[in-house]
Design a protein around this ligand. Structure first.
Ligand SMILES: Nc1nc2c(ncn2[C@@H]2O[C@H](COP(=O)(O)OP(=O)(O)OP(=O)(O)O)[C@@H](O)[C@H]2O)c(=O)[nH]1
Ligand SMILES: [Mg+2]
Length: 323
């Protein structure tokens, strides 16, 4: 693949080039990885910054519907919108990706939109790297907003929040006892809680649920990255397209405050350091799993079991072979 040409086309906002580049960063092949690294290096250091919005919610809460409506509204404002998905479960494969594409039918037809479903069957570490690199590619391609969607199943929210500037939690209208079902750790990550489906019969329940969550948010420890009134809970209806402009305006004021106060840049710097450490860790782990390393591990392990070498000395010996 011609990397120079690809980089130029991405810089011109060419969506097919972007899709090809993401396929490259997703590939497990060593030559593809080398090309991906070269491509990302060529695109590094650009001034272009997208607003990276993480979005999480349990299955069926309306993430896809919300992204479609919210994305269409943003496009109406003249913005370019990319949608990436982080899906840690390999169980959700081809079928649901197709389902998502049809659910985002309007958005997927827009020239100003780019939708990329998550690749099936990758472990969380691989997903994190692939998503991080895909975000960088979308930024290089000039997208203004990158929405990173994940199903709320636990760990994936942490990954997504470590990749975004802002984290939205989409919740459904619910009775009071279900409120406790949202894990505290996930609540603590949220910059905004959006109670979806605030329409028809569910409207009153949604309003009550929203008030409950607003109360719960006030009980959390104050975070330095939040201005007065944040994290905030609001009601929206993705189907009736209510509350989307309000949500966007709150997102913008939060973003502006964080930029002005330096939290924005600091957060990105801390995230970059975090991912650097993660890369080192995962590179070390992958060195441990090569055939010669495994053989050496086994050999040393036997020595340790016979008491011929101490665990610490064996570990040190092992580590020198990895260098
Ligand atoms: N009444 C109402 N229904 C909604 C709204 N948003 C989504 N739904 C419905 O909720 C169901 C699930 O919506 P999706 O957008 O597929 O939800 P999701 O969170 O993407 O679900 P998964 O992809 O399975 O995790 C669909 O039947 C939607 O029509 C809303 O604002 N109001
Ligand atoms: Mg969905």
């Amino acid at each position: 693949m011609e990397i120079d040409g690809l980089a130029d086309r991405i810089l011109n906002g060419d969506r097919r080039a972007l899709a090809r580049a993401i396929t490259l960063v997703e590939s497990g092949r060593a030559d593809h990885r080398a090309q991906a690294t070269e491509l990302l290096a060529q695109l590094a250091g650009l001034e272009r910054q997208a607003l990276r919005i993480g979005l999480s919610g349990t299955p069926g809460v309306g993430k896809s519907t919300f992204i479609e409506s919210f994305g269409m509204m943003l496009i109406g404002l003249g913005l370019r919108v990319a949608v990436l998905a982080v899906d840690p479960s390999s169980a959700r494969s081809g079928g649901s990706i197709l389902g998502d594409k049809t659910r985002m039918e309007r958005l997927s037809r827009e020239r100003a939109a780019f939708i990329r479903p998550s690749p099936s069957q990758s472990h969380l570490g691989g997903v994190a790297r692939r998503t991080r690199e895909a975000i960088a590619l979308c930024e290089a391609a000039g997208f203004d907003v990158v929405l990173i969607e994940t199903v709320g199943v636990g760990q994936s929210e942490t990954v997504v929040s470590e990749l975004s500037d802002l984290f939205l939690l989409l919740l459904a209208p619910a009775g009071g006892d279900e409120l406790q079902g949202v894990k505290r750790g996930i609540m603590e990550m949220a910059d905004m809680i959006l109670v979806n489906k605030a329409d028809g019969d569910l409207k009153a329940t949604a309003t009550r649920t929203c008030a409950d969550y607003a109360g719960a948010l006030r009980l959390l420890r104050k975070r330095p990255q939040d201005p007065e009134g944040f994290p905030k809970a609001m009601t929206v209806s993705a189907v009736e397209e209510h509350g989307l402009e309000d949500a966007w305006s709150e997102i913008q004021s939060l973003t502006q405050w964080r930029r002005d106060s330096g939290h924005w840049e600091r957060n990105r710097a801390v995230q970059a350091q975090y991912w650097f450490e993660q890369e080192v860790r995962s590179a070390l782990l992958s060195r441990l799993s090569t055939a010669p390393a495994r053989a050496e591990m086994e050999r040393l392990s036997t020595e340790v079991s016979h008491g011929r070498i101490s665990p610490a000395a064996a570990a040190e010996q092992m580590l020198t072979t990895l260098a």
